[in-house]
Design a binder for this molecule. Structure first.
Ligand code: CP
Ligand code: NVA
Length: 306
């Protein structure tokens, strides 16, 4: 296993499946892993708000026998009070791993290069790899297999979309992305996904038409239209993204009994209607739960005995 977990692109196919297999094992027998990270400490640096990431990492460390330290945005003022380089050089003297939620992805790279201990991406403007691993784990639980499944992502070509593309590529899925023109996923990530998916059977469709994207989809995924850090664009984005709402009419065009997925938090009534997110086909709380199991697997592989 590599030192850090910054992007799904960095994983070998073996490591990608190893994380999913270990997550399953941990979810089934959590008590087998109660001492696995005994006395280890994870520092969690947050430059943005969080419910799921914060709680699932903290509980994950506790359940593995270790501890987590929460560092709020105002505590260390990362990047302002001192550089990510110096933060890494300090933290490595005290703790066993660092989770960072930040704005620029380069901050994660700077921290990971400085620190000799594992660094985990808890979301950047570019990627949200822990989320996408939990998402494909959830789909695999429901469907048994990932290869050949079709996931339609509707909305903003953002961090969550990027990591889903990279996870779908490793898993040999079909991913259809529908975004308004100008909000497509970054070319750099699309290229990485196509490269990673060359031998897995991965298929990619990019369109601006949500109805076209959802045809035959086993799962329909959406995320907020304005991500953290884009709050001042919220009103303009509401207008641009209105035709991309996931509602009953759009779900009806997907495969019969298609799942609905969302990383949460959701802006109900914007990117998704109540009747879709609260429907029996919605996996959103399973996805949230599975953050815990999948991140325990990631921490174990990075911070456990080699
Ligand atoms: N999905 C997710 O990462 O949620 P939080 O922002 O609450 O951590
Ligand atoms: N795209 C969202 C995901 C939140 C988990 C954001 O970055 O705010």
């Amino acid at each position: 296993m590599m030192k850090d977990f910054l992007s799904i692109h960095d994983l070998s196919l073996y490591e990608f499946h190893e994380i999913l297999d270990l997550s399953k094992e941990i979810k089934k027998n959590p008590h087998h892993f109660r001492q696995s990270l005994k006395n280890k400490v994870l520092a969690m640096i947050f430059q943005k708000p969080s419910l799921r990431t914060r709680v699932s990492f903290e509980v994950g460390m506790l359940e593995l026998g270790g501890e987590a330290i929460y560092l709020a945005p105002s505590d260390i003022q990362a990047g302002t009070r001192e550089t990510f380089y110096d933060i890494g050089k300090n933290l490595e003297r005290w703790v066993d791993g660092i989770m960072l939620r930040t704005f620029a992805h380069e901050n994660l790279i700077e921290l990971a290069e400085a620190a000799s201990i594992p660094v985990i991406n808890g979301l950047s403007d570019l990627l949200h790899p822990c989320q996408a691993m939990a998402d494909v784990f959830t789909l695999k639980e429901k469907k048994g297999n990932l290869a050949g499944l079709k996931l339609a992502y509707i909305g903003d070509g953002n961090n969550v979309c990027h990591s889903l593309l990279l996870a779908g590529a490793k898993a040999g899925m079909t991913i259809a992305v529908a975004t308004p023109p100008g909000y497509e996923p970054k070319e750099e990530i699309v290229h990485q996904a196509l490269e990673d998916g060359r031998e897995t059977g991965f298929k990619l469709f990019l369109t601006s038409n949500p109805e076209e994207a959802v045809v035959g989809a086993d799962a329909v995924y959406t995320d907020v239209w304005a991500s953290m850090g884009q709050e001042n664009e919220r009103e303009i984005r509401k207008k641009i993204f209105a035709p991309y709402q996931v509602n009953r009419q759009l779900m009806a065009k997907a495969a019969k009994d298609a799942f609905f997925m969302h990383c949460l938090p959701a802006h109900r009534g914007e990117e998704v209607t109540d009747e879709v997110i609260d429907s029996p086909q919605s996996l959103v709380y399973d996805q949230a739960e599975n953050r815990l199991h999948v991140q325990k697997a990631i921490m174990l592989l990075l911070m456990g005995k080699k």
